[in-house]
Ligand binder design. Structure first.
Ligand code: TXA
Ligand code: MG
Length: 352
């Protein structure tokens, strides 16, 4: 792939400069690619209705063609052209959680190219809750397809430097709008069956959704490691968010977890390997050796969500061979954290 010149444009999220937004929107309108911040992670945006633009996204990321993209809108009216119909349940959920980290699956209309949907008859749509993202989409006046702005398989970007590291020379522009908020991607929700089903856990938790629906399920393929179960969200079948090192999650009683991590650290260090420990604030002082990075606080799991991908990238910078990570309690956003950690890791050790 020939390298192109990637322009980096700094925009203040509190008060986005109109001229800069216009400059970025011009690239989108003329078929180019712009990485921009959202409240979850940075997205790599392009015109969702232009097949050549979509090709540029897949090529830059090295993304498998059958993994569909989420289409981003800034105005609820934009949705009408993209979908066949909007159910009552969809309407309720959009009113309650948009703009926000919730992606909803609809039947796609004929104008949506199969390239965007990975050949599926359905389309994933969300309205991000972020000033820069919203003003950019409004100004471009287009539905914007935007997967996370990382090389396929790498941790998603939560700051512009992550995007630049992965995609510089492959995309037209990166908007530097500071750190993203949530730090993990949106929740992907399927409303086609009797029971609303979470295909990918994310920023909106099952507890949030249960304030609207009596019952919410997780896609069976998420709960199970059965290779024969096909995830409804094609992206969930790939190994993801992977640091270069081999990662093991250690789960169980706190004391046993720290003991096991100390034992494994010693074992690997004796083999001449460099070990990274992904620790919580509460546990960090229990570790004797290794490169210890604090990912956040068990008491405030949202801090772990915010720092997870950056911490994985930091371990890469430290060139560790092995990452030993404490498991996180799966309530609230913890469910999404453990989903991403599970995909980044090779195995989980239970000590109980
Ligand atoms: O927070 C987010 O959602 C970020 C920001 C940039 O908006 N975007 C994001 O996109 O995470 P991406 O491409 O990294 O993940 C999209 C996920 C994949 O797991 C994909 O399989 C699923 O959404 N998806 C997209 N269209 C789908 C569809 N029609 N049916 C089921 N799953 C779909
Ligand atoms: Mg992604």
């Amino acid at each position: 792939m020939d390298l192109i010149n990637t322009k980096i444009l700094k925009i203040d999220n509190e008060n986005p400069d109109k001229d800069k937004i216009k400059e970025a929107a011009r690239i989108l309108k003329s078929g180019g690619t712009v990485a921009f911040p959202t409240e979850t992670v940075y997205g790599l945006g392009a015109n969702a209705l232009n097949e050549d633009s979509i090709d540029k996204i897949f090529n830059a990321k090295g993304r498998p063609q059958d993994n569909p993209l989420i289409v981003h809108i800034a105005d609820i009216d934009q949705i009408n052209k993209l979908v066949k119909n909007i159910s009552k349940r969809a309407k309720t959920i959009m009113e309650k959680f948009w703009p926000g980290p919730l992606t909803v699956i609809f039947d796609k209309s004929d104008i949506v190219p199969y390239k965007v949907t990975g050949g599926l008859e359905t389309i994933a749509i969300r309205m991000p809750n972020h000033k820069i993202a919203l003003s950019l989409i409004k100004e471009a006046n287009l539905p914007i397809a935007a997967p996370s702005a990382n090389i396929s398989g790498k941790p998603s970007p939560t700051e512009s430097s992550h995007v630049i590291q992965d995609l510089s020379g492959k995309i037209d522009m990166v908007i530097d709008g500071g750190n993203t908020g949530v730090g993990l991607e949106s929740t992907v929700l399927d409303l086609s069956g009797d029971i609303p089903t979470i295909l990918r856990p994310g920023g909106i938790t099952i507890e949030d959704l249960l304030t609207v629906f009596d019952k919410v399920d997780y896609d069976k393929a998420l709960e199970n490691n059965d290779e024969n179960l096909k995830p409804k969200s094609p992206g969930q079948k790939y190994r993801h968010y992977s640091p270069n090192a081999k990662m093991t999650i250690i789960k169980g009683n706190e004391n046993l977890v720290s003991k096991e991590i100390n034992k494994l650290t010693k074992k690997y260090e004796d083999q001449g390997l460099k070990v990274g420990i992904m620790a919580t604030e509460e546990m960090k002082d229990k570790y004797e050796n290794g490169e210890i990075l604090v990912v956040g606080s068990k008491q405030k799991t949202e801090t772990i969500a915010k720092n997870l991908f950056d911490t994985l990238r930091k371990f890469d910078k430290l060139k560790v061979d092995i990452i030993l990570a404490e498991a996180i309690d799966e309530k609230g956003i913890g469910k999404a954290i453990m989903n991403r950690m599970g995909k980044a890791s090779q195995n989980i050790v239970k000590v109980e």
